[in-house]
Design a protein around this ligand. Sequence first.
Ligand code: SAH
Ligand code: SF4
Ligand code: F3S
Length: 438
Amino acid sequence: MAHKLLYIETFGCQMNVNDSERIVSMLADLGYAATDDPATSDMILLNTCSVRGGAEEKVYRRLANLRIYKRGGKKQIIAVGGCVAQQEGEELLRKLPYLDLVIGTHNLHLLPNMVRGAERGERRSETTFIDNEQRADLFPAIKGESRLSRFVTVMQGCDNFCSYCIVPYVRGREISRRSTDILTEVRQLADEGVREVILLGQNVNSYGLKTASEPTFAELIHQIAAIDGIDRIRFTTSHPKDMSDELIACFCDVPKLSGHIHLPAQSGSDDVLKRMGRGYGRESYLDKVGKLKALRPDIVFTGDIIVGFPGETDADFEQTLSLMEEVRYIDLFSFIYSPRPRTRAAELADDLSRTVKMARLDRLMELQRRHTREISHTYIGSVMSVLVEGEGKLPGQVSGKADIGRTVNFSGDSSLIGSFADVRIVKAYPNSLLGEPL
Ligand code: SAH
Ligand code: SF4
Ligand code: F3S
């Protein structure tokens, strides 16, 4: 088969990262190999995110840059996928005459066909949402190169409709994948030598709640933990309101479950949480955090916070800082609120000035840097089990992830890759730890 080259740029969340892997695997069957160089590629695909404003403009700017390559006279397919594609649809083809394909978030299975058409010069946009009944079969597993840690999709979409969020509109209704399919995929991965799986979805802990015949997310974790060869299980993202006692108990009962949880609070103020439509308050969030800490004292938290939500007062913001003090996240992703089309919050007055929002974000990030530093320093001298995934930053080093999700670099040779190594932590950096092998 003729060798063609595919260049992909991925924006946004892990769903997109995972979709990009799936695209690479699907198009390999058509003779496309992945490349890092857009200039010599036969196809360019931007896998886009629209969670915050300016997303569409960013795509236009990036495409404007990239199409320089197309002008070189070479036949090159240009495609946009992901959440901006879903949001804008055919409009993108109309606006951008050099664009060949627009592929929505429910339509990846059509991509091979679309690419064959584009090779013959056809332009096409496919952004129709697919009913949940038909979607159950559209979770193709990824035939990727073997790696130690792999994502496994357990659900897609989101039904929460938090008032600020565009995701339900661009990813569609929530659907849980059949547990039998998930377990088959995990067993296959284990056979290929995968040691860690990361269960993936916008709201994994609502897994199975709408399908009586499926296990709960906690039960699913127990079933996956029973698979030989899989030594570590992570999941992302979980919604605090669906963090059941049963799931919390897994952090004690399932030793294979990683001691890290991403649990986005979004705000520490009850008033703001209410207007965000999150379905929990400050007390109930902190109560869950407290239970997790009691069951697994070494657990680490990461989270997301939105700063400057419409009507956020100084007092509301102080509540967010105090929530951070109580939880003590090891890492926090913080965003300035940005109104999104079709969302309920977009109808509220975006009433805070840019200066106020920036000042709040600065304070929050300053506090977070202190927490990251303080927590990381407590690890110095401790021993961590590291899943060694590759070469480290410096020659003679290898690198991997500790149970708490932190990257650990330590001196060792590449024969360690693929195994778990016990490492003593000797130094803490803002984004990683330095260790020495025991
Ligand atoms: N499903 C995940 C979040 C996916 S979006 C969850 O519920 O936790 C990732 C993050 O982007 C959100 O947690 C939120 O902090 C941020 N975000 C979403 N919409 C936003 C908006 N309109 N403005 C600013 N940040 C936003
Ligand atoms: Fe967006 Fe809320 Fe769904 Fe997360 S749970 S994707 S923030 S609507
Ligand atoms: Fe962005 Fe879509 Fe993910 S909007 S955050 S890429 S689901």
